[in-house]
Design a protein around this ligand. Structure first.
Ligand code: ZN
Length: 382
């Protein structure tokens, strides 16, 4: 029995809007589904991918909120996700990531140049030029098909027992060792994309899965029968495996491989039916068992939008009311800055002077005390 390649990868993050801006506005991926955690409707679950939501391109996020505990990178975790970018697009991405305000770094893995960058939370991503994978036809915010991310290339795992991890992936899941250098063993899987796993040869102490870490990697299996067979085989090794979970778009089991990291095995079908989705997933997707409570569930979630931004910024509001306040705050600052600029070119009218005074009072009295956090992230020109 052999698993296919990477099916999807899931991250634990903080603010839902920051996460959407990172994956859509910066990386140009399509928000293919805005859902909730099927086990906890108070938390969103976002799915991003190519134009078609093809498995092997899907990165998902659980935004736990600003006050969630920080995770710690360490053993028993995937610690970096590699994405395929089209040949010739390395410089485009280098410049783009910098222009959004993030640092980049270049490294070489098994003869290929990787562009390395982290999001706000320290989750590491790497872009690799490669000819595999189909062209991503989703174009957004300056990312065109010529440059857009095609899906996963692979991932890096820090194991608590690297030799056992390698043995498990080769003997039980059907991976093969395709390369090795001083520091890493490279495993090759059985798909067109998402086909490499690098295992660091050093053993790491256990990290902590929370905000800012990769929660799990899911690997594809062809059929439900294969999933059932894998469950039995893995249980026979004395590993605890969950029941088969219905994730609506696929069926899945979860377990920890011997090196400590959470592995999900997922069926390739039914997959994401993209016909039922609006272009930017404006409608909240709920599994049938939550549908009766849609109104309550929606009212408890922070409103989020796919919107074109050219720089990443922090969002500190925690609920819908905070969202409205934050928007009003943005407006007040923008207008104050406009009036200040105007004042440099001509005298302000009486009406404008009155408006300016009122906005300043609002700014000082209401926002300054209540939104200290928001202030940190916004530059005032006046
Ligand atoms: Zn998953």
């Amino acid at each position: 029995m052999k698993i296919k390649g990477i099916h999807h990868i899931s991250n634990i993050v903080n603010h839902p809007q920051e996460n959407i801006e990172f994956y859509t506005s910066l990386l140009g991926l399509r928000l293919i589904k805005k859902a909730v955690n099927f086990d906890d409707a108070k938390t969103y679950h976002f799915y991003y991918g190519n134009h078609n939501g093809d498995l092997g391109t899907v990165i998902t996020s659980f935004p736990l909120g600003q006050d969630a505990k920080d995770g710690k990178k360490g053993g028993g975790q995937a610690v970096s996700t590699y994405y395929i970018i089209p040949d010739g697009s390395f410089d485009f991405w280098h410049d783009r990531i910098k222009s959004f305000g993030l640092k980049t770094n270049e490294i070489t893995r098994f003869g290929k140049k990787h562009l390395v960058f982290s999001d706000y939370l320290g989750i590491t991503n790497e872009l690799v030029e490669d000819s595999s994978g189909i062209t991503n036809l989703y174009e957004y915010n300056g990312v065109t098909s010529k440059n857009s991310i095609k899906g996963f290339y692979g991932a890096l795992i820090h194991s608590m027992k690297p030799k056992d991890t390698v043995k498990f992936f080769t003997d039980v899941l059907g991976a093969k060792i395709s390369n090795e250098d001083q520091d890493f063993i490279r495993l090759e899987l059985n798909s067109e994309i998402g086909n490499y796993l690098d295992i660091n040869k050093d053993a790491y102490l256990r990290g902590k899965l929370s905000k800012g870490t990769i929660h799990h990697i899911a690997f594809g299996v062809e059929t439900l029968e294969a999933l059932i067979n894998f469950k039995k085989t893995i249980e026979d090794l004395g590993i605890v495996v969950t029941d088969i979970k219905d994730r609506n778009f696929f069926n899945a089991i979860y377990f920890r491989e011997p090196g400590g990291s959470i592995v999900e095995l997922s069926t390739m079908k039914p997959g994401f039916n993209m016909e039922e989705f609006d272009d930017r997933a404006e409608k909240l997707f709920l599994p049938p068992h939550f549908e009766a409570n849609r109104e309550e569930i929606e009212s408890n979630l922070i409103p989020v939008y796919v919107n074109e931004v050219s720089k990443l910024k922090r969002h500190h509001y925690l609920d819908s009311i905070g969202y409205l306040d934050a928007n009003r705050f943005d407006f007040v600052l923008r207008r104050l800055n406009e009036l200040a600029k105007l004042k440099n070119t001509r005298d302000l009218s009486e009406l404008e002077i009155k408006e300016q005074k009122e906005l300043r009072d609002e700014y000082i009295n209401v926002f300054k005390n209540n939104f200290k956090n928001t202030l940190e992230s916004i530059e005032v020109e006046d």
